[in-house]
Design a protein around this ligand. Structure first.
Ligand SMILES: CC(C)(COP(=O)(O)OP(=O)(O)OC[C@H]1O[C@@H](n2cnc3c(N)ncnc32)[C@H](O)[C@@H]1OP(=O)(O)O)[C@@H](O)C(=O)NCCC(=O)NCCS
Length: 152
């Protein structure tokens, strides 16, 4: 049966709910303490994707720096990947940034992370730079999405 998926603002309570499965079921990029700091930061905005039966199946967050934002995180639960949840989260992050009248949304991604690069390219993010050996054996690709581009 298809489940309805809602996007909501992420709370500390949501983080507590996924604390024990964060690394095993989501990813190991970020640990609980860093995420908790992020959620408590006034410059961060985090969202979750949640099924109608209450399962948190993804989360994503940005950090706002003056009139731009950086994507700090976008992670879908392993069992839910490649079913459109990442696109739903990214779409919502873009809407949040547009509502805040920000100029651009940037991120940095491991050159080997093909699912993520595919997702960002699908949304129109452009490759704007390379951070050489940012990861152990790989470069980091810096990508940017322009928002609220003036029409005149
Ligand atoms: C990156 C990530 C968030 C994508 O989420 P998702 O829910 O699987 O993405 P979607 O289902 O919305 O798919 C988005 C696009 O990527 C494509 N895609 C998904 N998984 C893919 C894969 N393994 N290889 C190639 N393309 C893939 C989809 O086909 C889709 O493109 P399409 O609409 O043209 O078919 C997810 O893979 C993830 O959580 N990865 C681990 C954390 C991570 O790396 N985050 C990014 C850090 S920069």
């Amino acid at each position: 049966m298809l489940k309805k998926i809602d996007i909501q603002e992420m709370s500390l309570n949501d983080l507590e709910k996924i604390k024990d499965i964060l690394i095993s079921d989501f990813d190991d990029f970020w640990n609980y303490n860093i995420l908790k700091d992020e959620l408590e930061s006034p410059n961060s905005k985090y969202i979750i994707a949640k099924t109608n039966d209450g399962e948190i199946i993804g989360f994503a967050g940005i950090k706002i720096i003056i009139n731009t934002a950086d994507i700090m995180n976008i992670v879908v639960k392993k069992s839910w990947r490649n079913q459109g949840v990442g696109s739903l989260l990214l779409n919502n992050l873009v809407s949040i940034c547009k509502d805040l009248n920000l100029l651009s949304l940037s991120l940095e991604v491991n050159e080997d992370n093909h699912p993520a690069i595919h997702l960002y390219e699908k949304f129109g993010f452009k490759n704007i730079g390379l951070r050489k050996n940012y990861y152990k054996n790989n470069d980091g690709i810096v990508m940017e999405y322009s928002l609220n581009v003036p029409t005149d």
